[in-house]
Design a protein around this ligand. Sequence first.
Ligand code: NAD
Length: 468
Amino acid sequence: MLINGKNVTSEDEIPVLNPYNQEVVDTVPSASQKDVKNAIQSANKAKIKMKSLTSREVSENLYEVSNEMKKKIDEFSKMITLETGKPIKFSREEAKRAIETFKLSAEEAKRIYGETIPLDACRAGEGHIAFTIREPLGVVAAITPFNYPLNLAAHKVGPAIAAKNTVVLKPSLKAPLTAIMMGKIIDTYFPDGVINVITGNAKMIGDEFIKSDLINKITFTGGLNVGKKIAKSVGLKKLTLELGGNDPLIVLSDADIDKAVEAAVKGSYLYSGQVCIAVKRIIVENEIADEFSEKLVKETKKLKIGDPMDPKTDIGPLIDLNSAINVEKVVKDAIKNGAELLYGGNREKNLFEPTVLDYVTPEMKVVKEETFGPVSPIIRVKSIDEAVKIANDTCYALQAGVFTENIHKALELSQKIEAGAVIINKQSTFRTDNMPFGGFKCSGIGKEGVKYAVNDMTREKLIIFAPK
Ligand code: NAD
């Protein structure tokens, strides 16, 4: 762990397993309650030094972090694959994005603006001068999931530091290693205690965050259940929640079918579907459903399953055995309830085959809940209205993809679909790190994307000068 600029170990070490071969990649310490309190206190102490840095210094140091990470891109990519089982070509993409996230944060550090307020628009304000400034919040606690262990941590830490906050980061125990590597690089460019990274019992650490009066904001990315627990007890702390998704890919009868199939493959199977914005429901108009499903099977068959270290591998293991068993259960349940298995469906330990299911209905578990696995469930519909109704009939509302060649239908659906982003002629997995990102309903509260996260990492203060 990293606390107050120092490596901290503990007698209790927790192994981090490679999901592909179950070998121990490394171990991380199990934080004691005292360690967590120390990390929070060290972040609290570092607030003063951090606030005294100029925006130029913060920006330049964040550029250095980005450059240093770029030099270590091979190590980062390899470590993401070792700790998550993510195919190396995707891990490299994630490392590149994290490098860019820090670059965007460096840029944004110089753009934290307030505004002038024309108080004289109201009678009582005549002669006054007023403007706002944006101040850091103080200490930010960040909790991150296993699936993008580096870039999702970067999405919280980069903006928090850009806005001159200090951070205590708690990565997932399933994949904590790249977050620790990132923390150590940040630590070399900022005062001790600006970044602290702790590992250990999630509930204990989460509860300490919630209890602590020194923490001003909790920013959480992960599943709905944990997100709800935090939301219930967070009190007056600021809160960002980036939660799950059940993103639809809607394919209308006038769509370019080949492109829609390509999007379904990219969206369903990216990191074996263990992505919040993975395509989790494919809603297809009846007229083209036969052709679509036939082509989807053909393209799915081309995917290479196996060792995630092999640059040609498309599909690696799921994060652990339980996750794979869970995917198998919901696929079997769908088949039992009338879905047609067109391809895949088999599991070997925690490797699950890319799987195409047709004639899926909205009440089947595989689409009713968030399925974190390489599954393409096709739901056939009679009309656009039915497509919209099914797309919105979920508690989640993260992103959505719509395939149509008709601009009027595209506009209609973009307005009717409940999602943080509706993407025309591309799948929901599309994301750049500068776009506003975040869903509605059960998908969370607040926005990420560097500029938007920086804004959420500040508080706005109004300063008023009364007339002479
Ligand atoms: P998870 O909810 O199991 O864990 C997320 C983090 O919360 C981990 O660090 C975990 O250790 C921690 N945690 C667990 N219990 C806690 C508690 N009681 N208090 C505080 N922290 C606790 O999620 P996961 O399995 O790591 O990730 C998958 C989930 O994350 C999916 O639902 C996925 O959709 C979601 N996700 C969302 C986004 C997004 O940006 N919206 C991005 C990636 C993943």
